[in-house]
Design a protein around this ligand. Sequence first.
Ligand code: C2E
Ligand code: MG
Ligand code: MG
Length: 709
Amino acid sequence: MAPPLSPKRGLVLVADDDPVMRLLMLQMLEQVGLDVIEASDGQQALTRFHDHLPDLVLLDVDMPGMDGFAVCRAIRESEREGTIPIIMVTGADELEAVTQAYEVGATDFVSKPINWPVLGHRVLYVLRASDAIARLRIADAHNRAVLAAIPDTFFRLNRDGYYLDYEQGHAPHAAFASARCVGQHVRAVLPGDVAERLLEQMNTVLDTQQLRSVDYVLQGRDALQHFETRLVSTGTNEVLGMVRDISERKRTEEQIRRLAYCDSLTGIPNRQAFLEMLQTELVRSRLQNKKFAVLFMDLDAFKRINDTLGHNVGDLLLKTVSERLRETIRPSDLVTRAEQPGNNLARLGGDEFTILIPDLERVENALNVAHRVKEAMRRPFLIDAHEIFVTASIGISLYPQDGQDSDSLLKYADTAMYHAKNCGKNNAKLYSSSLTMQIMSHVKLEVGLRKALQNNELYLLYQPQIDVSSAQIVGVEALVRWRHPERGIVSPTEFIPLAEETGLIVPIGEWVLRTACNQARAWQQVSQRQLRMAVNLSARQFKDENLTQIVLSALHDTGLEPRLLELELTEGTLMDDARATMATLEQLRGIGVRLSIDDFGTGYSSMNYLKRFDVRALKIDKSFISGLPQDSENAAITRAIIAMAHGLKMVVVAEGVETDEQLLLLEQYGCDMVQGYYLGHPSPQETITQMLQEQCKPPRPVQAKLPLV
Ligand code: C2E
Ligand code: MG
Ligand code: MG
């Protein structure tokens, strides 16, 4: 094979049997920068063509043996694409030869006599043209490959809205009758509204020469299909449309939306969704001059259910609660505009739910909904064979009076909910400026409480506890009071929760304990009687790791015998964390102090559950006693509690005994001890001392001897 020639502007094969002609051609072509190889007959021309693959062939028609036509035909047959230009050199204007030349695949011809100065340029021109054609071919092939790879459907529309052509992509285009729509109008092919939007956008594209896109949904064979059509102008009178099936993308978007806006446990909207809902409602209500309410609901004692029955039951309960809420807020006075019932409901997290009440005409409507929700929650929940009783506390904030933005409204509803909880749970409260005032005074109170101990503003009152059979004072309960420098006497029901919240209960509780032990010891010495001192212990104190130490040192420093100290715990304190409770109770029992359950019957516990804690005394809450003897239901409960407690060898104390009848009834029921205004108000130590002295006189029958004060 001949060595390859270095390409310049192109390589030309010159085939002519006449050496003079070849020489002239060579010179002319080299003059314009072309490389030349020669062949002196047809056969040689073919061989050299295949050896060198020139960019152009200049072929004499008349050659001995194989003539120019035969060579041209042979080249074209060997070369699939027919892209190499072949110029035939014909005799003087032989029309027949020219025709034949084109028939065998020649690109161009020159006829003799040859115009030599022009020949080089002519060859250059043909080369350039062939180069352009080659590029076009490549571009065309490239475009086809790209189009084949894209799933989109392509079409062209003219300005009047008729399809000029249509190329179906991979994804079938619902309601499109493939290429059959060519020549038809858009309105005849697509549903009316889609066609109108497409035509409108087409006009915009033609006017502005900018890309536009239209999204629409068509009914596919099995499901709805989402499409996006991008329109681009391809001239002044037509547009190219590219249709893409975006159903999958829409599905993914929807899934992402669901994940981002749905609470995964209950399937209802989450906090983010609620905030956006609130934002939309704010804009709408502002424009239309409307009012709305935000309800914030929190289950009371949910943590306890989680801790005692497990998280699975807790989760199931939350699900059921959300379903019940959805049913409750369905009535027409509430959800009128929401697309789906329950859409105004959200779970913010944990056991917190929110409800948006739009178009509020009267505040009472919000309170009514809150009431319905509360009632719905009170019906027992049957979960996993457990019958669970819950109550809910609800806070309500109102637009526009309480707040003008979503964060404030939510925050205020939350604050109102806390207020509702502080007011005894199972409550609904409105946020209002008066609440703000209360919170302000709460803050002031907290500052004062911090100073109360060092300023000696706290003191104790003692309420006697009477043994029913002997009618003797057998113990007292220490009850703390705060003499506030401005407000006067503050009740523990007001400041103890605050002290618990702030942790101040720990030093306050320690002071109460020491003072009470000291007093008990003093009475013991004066009266020579074994008087038991009961001290209330809050949950926070019970969780304090130094509790045992504090109790021990109070006993040690005052010299009071441990068995004469009784610590009152509430059911809530015991239920909070059963395992830790057991350990602390064990330590306290180890010291020898007596433990009792205060306010029994108001908590969530059952007698059976309390058995585990091995507590020796139980105080029936005053709410059961207050209606006696008329309230037959409470009478039955009281009687049952006493019987069950005795079954568990517990001593029973009834709190809040205010009348003679109550005392008699309790005596009949076998109640061991009584405490209440009828037998003695919480009193200063001097009063108790006096009572104790009174009792030192010889005993009289029970009824005659009572009341003491
Ligand atoms: P509690 O331990 O159940 O105390 C009984 C409460 O009932 C006392 O309210 C007492 O004054 C009141 N009471 C007694 N007899 C009657 C009656 O016949 N009728 C009525 N209606 N009420 C009666 P108080 O003194 O206001 O104390 C309220 C609560 O504050 C106590 O309830 C206790 O939980 C808490 N508390 C009081 N002192 C302390 C303390 O030193 N430490 C802790 N942690 N809590 C305390
Ligand atoms: Mg008590
Ligand atoms: Mg009590």
